[in-house]
Design a protein around this ligand. Structure first.
Ligand SMILES: Nc1ncnc2c1ncn2[C@@H]1O[C@H](COP(=O)(O)OP(=O)(O)OP(=O)(O)O)[C@@H](O)[C@H]1O
Length: 247
């Protein structure tokens, strides 16, 4: 089980941003959603999280139809998301940013451990101890990405949607980020990853879905996608070299 999106179409005026697209993200796996700029990846995230109503199509989470639920109710069902642009609370410290989410979770799950303890564990697990008392607006983007991940994990998600988490990260940060993602997936979370960094995508994803101009171009394992001529053609001039390099 996990996330199942069926036949989603989204139109902005005369422009079809998503055209009958289906995809799945299974529990315990990292699923990549890739494609050139403007392919419809963020629009798909918006449909999944309830920020964008599709013209047609269905979103199921763990076998339940959540298509009509508003974003906050999807979040309560275990959906967490990070954004392309960092969305941290700038005037709060790293620890406080995580604590806000942990406290919110505990309010709805009183039997869960205290927010302070949960926050401490995440700080340790994601190696954020050295910046825990730093204000979020003082952080470089790469570190901010890890804090956003920690904050998302504080909600104990069943599905985690990540929109370009590697952007702004240096190589070491991306390696550390991948390690945590694999751990999270191993614990049974469904991870859906939108990312242009093909090294990261190819090193962590179990399955890939490729979008191009709002249409599903391909679906398969990393190996299958790397060998797919249509995918290579769609990426030419953009990420094709990266695909070749990471093959
Ligand atoms: N609110 C909107 N109104 C009109 N057009 C939109 C809107 N949101 C997205 N679009 C258009 O829909 C298409 C898909 O955009 P989207 O942001 O989903 O692509 P993307 O694959 O996430 O791109 P990127 O990799 O650059 O983030 C683009 O042509 C975009 O211009």
């Amino acid at each position: 089980m996990g996330l199942e999106v069926t036949d989603v179409t989204v139109k902005f005026g005369g422009h079809t941003a998503l055209d009958n697209v289906s995809l799945r993200a299974l529990n315990g796996q990292i699923t990549g959603l890739i494609g050139p700029n403007g392919a419809g990846k963020t629009t798909m995230f918006n449909v999944i999280t309830g920020l964008q109503a599709p013209h047609r199509g269905k979103v199921m989470l763990d076998g339940r139809d959540i298509s009509k639920l508003p974003p906050y109710r999807r979040a309560r069902r275990g959906m967490a998301r990070t954004f392309q642009r960092l969305e941290l609370f700038g005037s709060l410290t790293v620890r406080e940013n995580i604590h806000v989410a942990a406290a919110q979770y505990r309010r709805r799950h009183p039997s869960a451990e205290r927010a302070g303890a949960a926050t401490g564990q995440l700080v340790e697990r994601l190696n954020l101890g050295h910046i825990a008392e730093v204000r979020a607006d003082q952080l470089p983007t790469g570190q901010g990405r890890m804090v956003e991940l920690a904050r998302a994990l504080a909600c104990r998600p069943r599905i985690l949607l990540l929109d370009e988490p590697a952007s702004g990260q240096d190589e070491a940060e991306t390696v550390e980020f991948s390690r945590v993602l694999r751990e999270v997936a191993t614990e049974g979370v469904a991870v859906l990853l939108v990312e242009h960094d093909m090294d990261l995508v190819m090193s962590v994803c179990d399955e890939l879905h490729v979008l191009d101009f709002g249409k599903k171009l391909a679906q398969g394992t990393c190996q299958e996608i790397q060998a797919d001529p249509a995918v290579r053609a769609a990426y030419l001039g953009e990420a094709d070299e990266e695909l070749v390099e990471s093959a």
